[in-house]
Design a binder for this molecule. Structure first.
Ligand code: IVH
Length: 676
């Protein structure tokens, strides 16, 4: 292989990796700008080495007459697929004024005209969606997927207030696919990240990722608790085809129908006028409710768009001009390693403080050792930092010209900076881990998590107290908290009689926080608060859960194979068994709180729902059941009292019948509720 081919393979690997992070995992680790650069280098090299495209990395199966566009793929197995009537393409993009004018020149040549009519719109930096109205009624909302087929996410957008379900009072074409972007406003992003922090879950880096994670939630009820917004800008399929003569006519119509759309749309009769509109947009865009990262310039007449056509990836009639996000140069003063409660080691850049997009930035995540090596980041370097809608600033690149002559490559430490144990890394994992469960930093992390608001919610047990308890050797395990007396707290900095008593009392009162909180607080890998609730709903006590096999656990809705393995592994550990014994013997309630008999009409009754119901959703049914004091479980067992089965019921119905569980159809179920 030549050097060029090696590099091409490397670039293809990088693009694949970053596509997966961006589209499937919704957690990219490089900025759009960096991604665009890598992708462009790959495409240029491909054009040079393989001008006929014979050895393209991705084979593009010809699914329905056109090749799968090169737009990544966000589809997940758990979702129903939907085929777009018109594929969702990507856009060619540029950061360069000249390339914008080259685009115009290509089109002018094609049409043999000296000036062309364009529209200029904001490029919204959200999550692409295609909304279909049939006969004026909203039928589906679908993600881009692989461009040809996407995931149906209608159920997760039901609560987006600005998205009308019924437009029959207007004259819509029979079928209309409308393209848009889903986004989350900054306030909602901050609110949700605060809740995640409270629950000890990893934070989303930016609103876009959180919006992408929300549209892909498996539980629409959870999606309904997060505020999503939508903005529509474009047309996919339209039947009859001739309904809209131009992009501007389409905009006019969606505005008339009160669909949420962009407030900036400039018609331009030449590339020069369009350029002026692009500059104007850059001035105005920060005042819009949605994030924007550029302008999209489109030929206005639909007939001209049709004539210009598209490549497999992008239309020839449109281009995105991307605005530069704010960047600053500063000095990387140090790289420190943070050890998380599970032992994950994250390198963090300590920066000479610099003003960026309105805040002072002094730290930035460096993600992992591979990222540092790839960018060859060294202590003492001048680096460029960027905050492109990212809450956590990114180190984009090193300013090579300013590097000190005596600088040396950064050597990622081979041992934990806290306990000195050798770091380990599993095959295929990017992160190094400290394997020592007794590492004081991990112990502190576990205790902080245990005491946090989303877990045991122990008042007065803050970070500073935990640090001291661990440093003084008074707490090595979470169960040790319950062995401490007032005198132990009096020995800590800042404590007096009253504060020691308060802390003691709140630890004591945390003994009865319920099984779900306790399960969450144990910090089992992959088990957050919703999974903990699900486990507590299905198992009466820690002792019962400890006996569960992975096969038992995957039966539970919302518990996948990875989580099930992790639960089994947690209880198999000798150390964890000691913790649980310690908690039990200290009097921490490790069973589900008994339901008080007689307190509510159906207390203690267990329902399972399966199949679909007509007059109410499964979530609404579950709410009605729970409001009567009964429980809804996700799997049928001997403890199930009633199975509510609608059309489409499968294995749960068979199991219920074999166990002699009473089965209610929708009518019988509604009658049952009515009688309570
Ligand atoms: S036009 C075939 N217009 O950006 C037409 N796209 O990076 C292609 N986007 O796939 C889309 N704002 O998801 C268009 N005003 C706008 C847009 C826009 C955001 C998204 C869209 C597109 C992606 C390309």
């Amino acid at each position: 292989m030549s050097g060029g081919e090696d590099r091409l393979e490397e670039l293809r690997g990088l693009v694949r990796d970053h596509d997966r992070r961006y589209y499937r995992d919704a957690s990219p680790i490089i900025s759009d700008r960096e991604y665009d650069l890598i992708k462009r280098e790959m495409e240029d090299l491909e054009a040079e080495l393989d001008p006929l495209g014979l050895f393209k990395a991705e084979d593009s199966p010809d699914l329905i007459g056109f090749p799968v566009p090169a737009v990544g793929d966000d589809r997940l197995e758990e979702f129903v697929s939907h085929r777009h009537l018109v594929p969702m393409l990507s856009l060619d993009n540029t950061y360069d004024q000249k390339e914008f004018f080259d685009f115009d020149q290509r089109l002018r040549k094609l049409f043999d005209r000296s000036e062309l009519p364009y529209v200029v719109e904001p490029k919204i930096d959200g999550v692409a969606v295609s909304i279909t109205y049939e006969g004026g009624i909203l039928k589906t909302a679908v993600t881009r997927g692989n461009g040809v087929e996407g995931d149906v996410i209608t159920q997760n957008l039901m609560h987006v207030d600005s998205l009308p379900h019924d437009l029959t009072s207007f004259e819509l074409p029979e079928i209309l696919e409308i393209r848009g972007e889903i986004y989350m406003n900054h306030e909602e992003f901050v609110r949700l990240n605060e809740l995640r922090e409270r629950d000890g879950l990893p934070l989303y880096a930016n609103p876009r990722n959180l919006a992408a994670g929300t549209v892909k939630l498996l539980d629409p009820k959870e999606a309904a608790t997060r505020k999503l917004e939508i903005v529509l800008y474009g047309m996919g399929a339209c039947i009859p085809e001739s309904h809209f003569p131009s992009q501007s006519a389409f905009h006019e119509a969606i505005r008339k129908w009160s669909l949420p759309t962009v407030e900036f749309l400039r018609s331009a009769s030449s590339a020069n006028e369009a350029w002026q509109a692009i500059l104007e947009l850059d001035e105005l865009r920060h005042g819009y409710g949605y994030p924007t990262d550029g302008a999209v310039i489109k030929l206005d007449p639909i007939e001209m768009q049709r004539q210009a056509g598209a490549t497999a990836k992008a239309p020839r009639w449109a281009i995105a001009y991307k605005f530069e996000s704010e960047r600053q140069e500063t000095v990387l003063e140090d790289i420190v390693l943070q050890v998380g409660r599970t032992g994950t080691v994250t390198p963090v850049a300590c920066l000479r403080p610099v003003q960026l997009a309105g805040t002072t930035v002094s730290r930035a995540s460096l993600h992992n050792a591979d990222e540092i090596a790839r960018k060859d980041i060294r202590v003492g370097d001048f680096v460029v930092v960027e905050k492109a809608g990212e809450i956590i600033p990114q180190v984009v690149e090193v300013v090579a010209a300013k590097r000190q002559t005596d600088s040396t490559p950064y050597l990622f430490p081979s041992s934990c900076p806290v306990c000195a144990r050798g770091l380990e890394r599993e095959d295929g994992e990017a992160a190094w881990r400290c394997p020592n469960p007794e590492c004081p930093e991990q112990v502190k992390g576990r205790l902080k998590y245990f005491a946090s608001r989303g877990c045991m919610d122990i008042d007065h047990l803050g970070e500073a107290v935990i640090e001291q308890l661990v440093d003084l050797g008074k707490a090595k395990r979470i169960s040790d908290l319950y062995t401490l007396g007032k005198e132990d707290f009096l020995a800590l900095d800042g404590f007096a009689e009253k504060s020691a008593e308060n802390l003691f009392n709140s630890i004591v009162s945390s003994k009865n926080k319920g099984l779900a909180r306790l399960l969450c607080a144990l910090g089992i890998k992959h088990v957050g608060s919703s999974a903990a609730k699900e486990l507590a709903r299905n198992y009466e006590s820690l002792a019962f859960l400890a006996e569960a096999t992975a096969e038992d656990l995957v039966e539970i809705d919302g518990i996948g194979a990875i989580m099930a393995e992790s639960v089994v592994e947690f209880f198999a550990s000798h150390e964890n068994r000691l913790i649980i014994e310690g908690l039990s013997s200290a009097g921490v309630e490790t069973s589900r709180e008994p339901t008080e008999p007689g307190s509510s009409p159906l207390a203690g009754t267990v329902f399972v729902l399966t199949g679909s119901l007509e007059s109410l959703t499964r979530n609404q049914a579950a709410e009605r059941i729970e409001s009567l004091g009964a429980k809804v479980s996700s799997s049928v067992s001997a403890k199930t009292d009633y199975l509510v089965a609608g059309p489409g019921a499968g294995s749960k119905l068979a199991k219920a019948e074999s166990l002699g569980v009473e089965v209610l159809d929708e009518e019988a179920f509604l009658a049952f509720l009515g009688n309570q």
